[in-house]
Design a protein around this ligand. Structure first.
Ligand SMILES: Cc1ncc(COP(=O)(O)O)c(C=O)c1O
Length: 395
């Protein structure tokens, strides 16, 4: 028996690669600073649990494949508050943003079709796109060029007859890049002119700092047929375990066809939808404190990071990740271990300092490594102190 070529070409998630090592260290009574996963420590709003507790039905039945009406209505309300006129018929509830992305790729890609993405990008896109038979065509960007990918020549330069879509993560993971209005206008112009889908992963939409206001590709009426919005309660409401995501699009043909996959997977867990409806009904002021807290943590971590010899890092504009360069440590050794690349460095930080991070090769930039600052400022400060001390041993 032989596995498919495509599954053999996929990789395990590098973000979760070190989890067994971290678990081992924890089992041995060590505190591990888990900066590898974007798992917010901010409390899930009480409204989620209250709604689940008040669920009063005698049978926990299958839900509607599209999603339960309360959640669809709550999502319509949330979009309305941010200026978007999605109606219930334009929405599908999914098992997290992850399932939304997988379904979209399956619905739009034929074998060999291409999706343009700015690199570095959230590593699991490789699996979503490969599973659907497609290929990623990367536009390389760096911190030095401000992670700028919305440049006409860069995007038009990689268009081919096989290009089906541009996928944008805005704000970016792992880069923190936030698109300007001009950059968004340009992307819209390109997708409309070239008849491409625009997959807009806006799961970090609210998390933009320095007084910037949030933006969404859903606002471009002229591209309503191209735009597919992916959302999730995971980061937005600190509810990663709820596994509730969504697809929003005015493209009726796409939505009608996506329903085939929704119906085959029957439904999304009912109780998670009940709780998530309460989350999407929260007053938007909920985000004010959360944003302030993340901005503060970002500032604390960037400051601490820049005190580490060998690391120089700018200020990410959004989401909750740091992606500093660590190539100045490549080739260095503590006498026993030599660091050859960013994955070695991540392993070294975990073994010696009990700080879990992710090597940047996973995201398409092997010179960097990723950390999440969705944890308390005490944890961040201690993790950064440990990183500084561990790296100081490398000569
Ligand atoms: C950019 C981006 N998109 C999608 C996801 C998927 O999140 P979930 O499946 O929890 O909604 C993540 C999770 O880290 C992410 O960072």
């Amino acid at each position: 028996m032989k596995l498919s070529q495509k599954i053999q070409e996929m990789e395990l998630s590098p973000i979760r690669k070190f989890v067994p090592y971290a678990d081992q260290a924890r089992a041995a009574g060590k505190k591990v600073y888990g900066l590898n996963i974007g798992q917010p420590d901010i409390k899930t709003p009480r409204a989620f649990f209250d709604a689940v507790q008040n669920f009063d039905q005698e049978v926990l039945a299958y839900a509607n494949s599209q999603g339960i009406p309360e959640l669809l209505e709550a999502l319509v309300g949330y979009y309305k508050r941010i200026g978007l006129d999605f109606e219930k018929k334009d929405l599908l509830i999914t098992n997290g943003g992850s399932e939304a992305l997988s379904m979209i790729m399956t619905a739009i890609l034929d074998p060999g079709d291409e999706v343009i993405m700015a690199e570095p990008f959230y590593t699991n896109y490789k699996t979503f796109i490969k599973a659907a038979g497609g290929n990623i065509v990367a536009i390389p960007t760096t911190a030095e060029d401000g992670y700028q990918y919305a440049v006409r020549e860069k995007i038009e330069g990689v268009l081919t007859p096989k290009t089906k879509a541009i996928a944008i993560i805005n704000p970016g993971n792992p880069t923190g890049k936030v698109l300007t209005k001009e950059e968004m206008d340009l992307i819209i112009d390109i997708v409309v002119k070239n008849d491409l889908y625009l997959i807009c992963d806006e799961v970090y939409r609210e998390f933009v700092y320095d007084g910037k206001s949030m933006s969404t590709f859903g606002a471009y009426k002229e591209a309503a047929q191209n735009v597919i919005i992916v959302d999730s309660v995971s980061k937005r409401f600190s509810a990663c375990g709820a596994r509730i995501g969504s697809i929003a699009s005015k493209n009726e043909d796409l939505m009608k066809n996506l329903m085939k996959i929704c119906q085959a997977r029957l439904c999304v867990p009912t109780l998670d939808q009940v709780g998530s409806a309460a989350l999407y009904n929260l007053d938007p002021s909920y985000f004010d404190d959360i944003k302030k807290e993340y901005e503060y943590r970002r500032n604390v971590s960037v400051e601490a990071l820049n005190e580490i010899e060998g690391i120089k890092y700018g200020v990410p504009e959004g989401a909750f990740y740091l992606f500093p360069k660590c190539s100045s440590f490549f080739g260095k050794s503590d006498g026993e271990t030599t660091i050859h690349n960013s994955t070695d460095l991540a392993m070294y930080l975990l073994e010696k300092g009990h700080v879990a991070t992710v090597g940047g090769d996973a995201f398409g930039d092997a010179e960097c490594f990723r950390m999440s600052y969705a944890t308390s400022d005490e944890n961040i400060t201690e993790a950064m102190r440990r990183i500084r001390d561990v790296l100081a041993k490398l000569k």
